[in-house]
Write a protein that binds this ligand. Structure first.
Ligand SMILES: Nc1ncnc2c1ncn2[C@@H]1O[C@H](COP(=O)(O)OP(=O)(O)O)[C@@H](O)[C@H]1O
Ligand SMILES: [Mg+2]
Length: 461
């Protein structure tokens, strides 16, 4: 957002609430704070003392805190003003288009209190379904507790934003599509979109808006598109699934950071979580989006579900593949972390090369990772930073879980770099984490360990 635009907005907001425009010094403090200048420099340019500027700045943050309804400081002022400006224009747009908001609102709390609380509407038994390019599900085993939890979050707790996270192949897409079958009669619209080809927010919103009966032309501007979609989400109860959200995140950077040109998704999801409506977005991803991590601590309408092993239901996969040695199946499921895709790929290897005998296969040095399984993991590992990779390579060498200080001794990173790396690897769901006697220990599961050894050991020798 342009600096001048934000300054003008700040002045308008202060004027409409206090009857006074920002004076020269207040404008200078805002402008120069945005540009990262220190109070001492502002004072020097204006020939006054640093203490004087500091006092004026503190008074300004107080005024802005009051009019914007949030604690404003030098550090967060720009972010808060940008967001307030956005909310302001979006509620003005709704007011202009649909006349549903009373006054121009300037902050999210006010926006919320002015907007009509959506009344649970009667939902048709047959929702409008647009599942786009969703894959067809042929077989589905168990996931009873996972389905119950998600159903509860969506239907009872009216969650607006849910992140369904898990390593590739664990069954996110399958589970989301099965969930639709289970709860579809509660919705007016059910929409599934894969973000595999990284559509921009503008593209995906244009696409979504076409699904609803047109009350107005679809705007070209993203801000106006968001306001139109929010209005639909209020009028109709919708379940919208965005699959493969990780495709919007940058490679070679710590987890959950949007690629250049995709940052507006962050604000979009924040609005979905914070603005009053009765619909739900389910986001499937390998990586936890950073805004979800921030929002879930303070917003009851945001939840994260980390999908784990399919458990003993994995036996159904082996049975369907007609493998033998049923007494060894549990061991095989454990070795492949109950990941249905890994089990399917391994079942093919067992059929092709081990005459279908799970016991014979396990006698070899399992886990054996066939090329297609490794290719699946390549996609995830190609995104890691060099520092993340160094930690993964080190963890693959450890026979026991290790604590942070031990990793620090070996990998030669600064403490803060290592903390960021470990957080990021956790957000990518690549670490096994356990706590014992107030110490956190980290390790890799069998498959990831084997993968790292296969792919990276020769390079580090
Ligand atoms: N609950 C399940 N029952 C049977 N098969 C499953 C189940 N979950 C996943 N699968 C199978 O595992 C494979 C990977 O599942 P998928 O949903 O595509 O994983 P993800 O979206 O997490 O990468 C698919 O072939 C799918 O059919
Ligand atoms: Mg998937």
């Amino acid at each position: 957002m342009e600096l001048q635009e934000i300054l003008r907005f700040a002045d308008e907001v202060v004027f409409s609430n206090t009857g006074n425009h920002l004076d020269d010094l207040q404008q200078a403090i805002l402008r120069e704070t945005f540009q990262g200048r220190k109070y001492a420099k502002i004072a020097e340019d204006r020939n006054c003392s640093e203490g004087y500027v500091r006092g004026a700045a503190s008074e300004l943050w107080k005024i802005l805190s009051e009019v914007l309804g949030e604690d404003v400081s030098k550090v967060n002022v720009r972010g808060i003003l940008e967001r307030a400006k956005f909310y302001n224009s979006y509620s003005s747009a709704i007011e202009k288009n649909y006349g549903t908001v009373n006054n121009v609102n300037i902050c999210q709390e006010k926006t919320r209190s002015h907007s009509p609380t959506p009344q649970p509407q009667e939902t048709p038994n047959q929702p409008q379904m647009d599942l786009g390019d969703a894959p067809e599900i042929f077989r589905f085993y168990d996931r009873t507790t996972e389905l119950a939890t998600l159903e509860n979050w969506i239907l009872q707790q009216n969650c607006r934003l849910i992140a369904l996270l898990g390593i590739t192949g664990i069954g996110k897409t399958t589970l989301a599509l099965r969930l639709i079958e289970q709860i579809k009669t509660n919705f007016h619209y059910i929409i599934y979109r894969s973000l595999h080809f990284s559509p921009t927010l503008n593209t995906i919103l244009t696409n979504l808006l076409q699904i609803f009966p047109q009350q107005a032309d679809i705007p070209q501007n993203t801000e106006a598109q968001i306001s139109q979609l929010l209005n639909y989400l209020r009028q109709h109860r919708c379940l919208i699934i965005f699959d493969d959200l990780q495709m919007l995140f940058a490679s070679g950077q710590l987890a959950g950071q949007y690629k250049t040109g995709y940052e507006d998704y962050q604000l979009f999801f924040k609005l979905i979580a914070e603005v009053n409506h009765n619909s739900c977005f389910l986001l499937n991803s390998w990586e936890k989006p950073r805004e979800i991590a921030k929002l879930e601590s303070s917003n009851n309408y945001v939840q994260t579900f980390v999908l784990g092993s399919l458990g003993l239901a994995g036996k159904e996969i082996l049975k369907y593949r007609k493998l033998s040695d049923e007494e060894s199946w549990e061991n095989l499921i454990h070795t492949y972390e109950g990941n249905p895709l890994w089990l399917e790929l391994t079942a093919s290897t067992i059929q092709e090369l081990f005459g279908g005998s799970v016991a014979n296969f396990l006698q070899c040095d399992a886990p054996i990772l066939d090329e297609s399984l490794q290719a699946q993991l390549d996609q995830q590992f190609q995104r890691l930073t060099q520092q993340e990779l160094a930690v993964m390579i080190q963890l693959a060498k450890e026979s026991e879980p290790v604590a942070l200080p031990d990793i620090l001794k070996i990998v030669g990173l600064s403490v803060s770099d290592l903390v960021n790396v470990m957080r990021s690897l956790k957000m990518r769901l690549l670490l096994e984490v356990e706590e014992e006697s107030k110490t956190t220990y980290f390790s890799l599961n069998h498959v990831l360990k084997e993968y790292v050894k296969n792919r990276y050991y020769p390079k580090v020798k």
